[in-house]
Design a binder for this molecule. Sequence first.
Ligand code: ZN
Length: 205
Amino acid sequence: MTNHILLLGPPASGKGTQARRLAEYLNVPCLGTGKLLRNEIKESTEIGKIAEDFINRGAYVPDGVIMTMVEEWMVDNQSGWLLDGFPRTKPQAEALNNMRRPDMVLALEVPQEELEFRITKRRECSSCGATVAVKNSTDTICPECSSGELVSRSDDALDSFKIRYANYTELTKPLFDYYDDLGMLRKVDGTQSPDEVFNEITKLL
Ligand SMILES: [Zn+2]
């Protein structure tokens, strides 16, 4: 059964939305390292304190710290998971393979020009957290939950995106080849509508 899934894709590829839908579809928890980190920091755990120190200095939290956190999470979630945003680097991917190999690695493919086009239209729901692209600026109600207000994310500026995309290209994009060489990669055309992307994903499972 395919219930240990890794979802890869560039920033603004719609990965977060697909991850939420897929986790719900498979009835498995979704690992978000950002959320885990925020929890650790909020609860002032040892990991949280170390991570906060790096974040405050504007540095990336090192692989070792992330791995310790993920290992703890995986002990509690052995029967299945959906990984989104982890592994972010090849060393993290290698460490994951030594822990629990994903049954499948899904790679959302969206060209950079399309991503930049989306960035300028992207809003986030203040209620359910969904990320949606608006057709015009008067669209303020979330189409996912029909109640939340859509807000423009401060980190959505094109400049900020370009930095994140450069990081992604350098650190995370090599994972496509890494998993492809292992015969684990399944490519998905991320330029389709969210429903079409999800449909294509479920057919691959
Ligand atoms: Zn919403």
